[in-house]
Design a protein around this ligand. Structure first.
Ligand SMILES: Nc1nc2c(c(=O)[nH]1)N[C@H]1C(S)=C(S)[C@@H](COP(=O)(O)O)O[C@H]1N2
Ligand SMILES: [Mo]
Length: 210
């Protein structure tokens, strides 16, 4: 795991210094079966939980050496990152150049120190939603627990005060109104994964359904 933190930080440093990404992002950015939108649609389970920075906390536990519960102040005191990425929803819309600001997943992992047998993370949200990801996919430096979108606090309907973004996968892999990160030594399917969505969720492989 130590090597993974260092690799993630090195990628981050290259990106921040402008070496890793061309100034003009590729124009070939629309995965198969997607169409481009600019209105950031809202998708939820019909519930928008009432959670504010004052009542929000993030519990990180399971297969970790140092479980922790972060309140808003502690969360905001962690190193803050900004990343621009494209957002692909399985219902066939994509929105480009989403500017997310928050805490990098690898920062949280470094804080709690996953045990050697940790392989997956299960996410629980304030609306009862759950999803799951492989730990290695989350160590990418574009994976954030984000509190801001396009320069403003994340709107409540989009998961404010804080949500997960995993830009390389379909958007259901990112939990809005996130409240718990549970490190596991095995996979555990989340809400949509149990209902027929692909567990791997790769937009570039049109990988929508199991
Ligand atoms: N907590 C929670 N997170 C969630 C969902 C949800 O219903 N509840 N929907 C998922 C789905 S299916 C998608 S496509 C994205 C949508 O994010 P948006 O509403 O900000 O566009 O959030 C994902 N995360
Ligand atoms: Mo979705």
């Amino acid at each position: 795991m130590k090597d993974a933190y260092i690799a993630a930080k090195e990628r981050w440093a290259r990106k921040m210094s402008g070496l890793a990404k061309p100034q003009v992002r590729s124009t070939d950015r629309l995965p198969p079966g997607q169409r481009r939108v600019d209105n950031f649609p809202v998708l939820d389970l019909g519930v928008v939980p009432e959670v504010t920075p004052d009542t929000w906390s993030l519990r990180i536990h399971g297969k970790v050496e140092k479980p922790i519960t972060l309140d808003w102040t502690a969360f905001r005191a962690l190193p803050q990152f900004r990343d621009t990425s494209d957002f692909h929803c399985v219902t066939t819309w994509s929105q480009f150049d989403m500017v997310w600001e928050g805490v990098a997943f690898f920062t949280l992992a470094e804080l709690v120190q996953p045990t050697k047998d940790a392989t997956h993370v299960y996410f629980r949200s304030y609306d009862g939603y759950t999803t799951n990801n492989r730990l290695d996919a989350l160590m990418d430096d574009d994976v954030l627990v984000a509190h801001s979108w396009n320069g403003a606090p994340l709107p409540r309907e989009h998961g404010g005060p804080a949500r997960v973004v995993v830009p390389k996968l379909y958007a259901w892999k990112g939990a809005k109104w996130v409240r718990e990160l549970i490190f596991l030594d095995r996979d555990l399917l989340g809400f949509w994964e149990l209902r027929g969505y692909s567990n791997t969720a790769d937009p570039w492989r049109d990988d929508r359904f199991a």
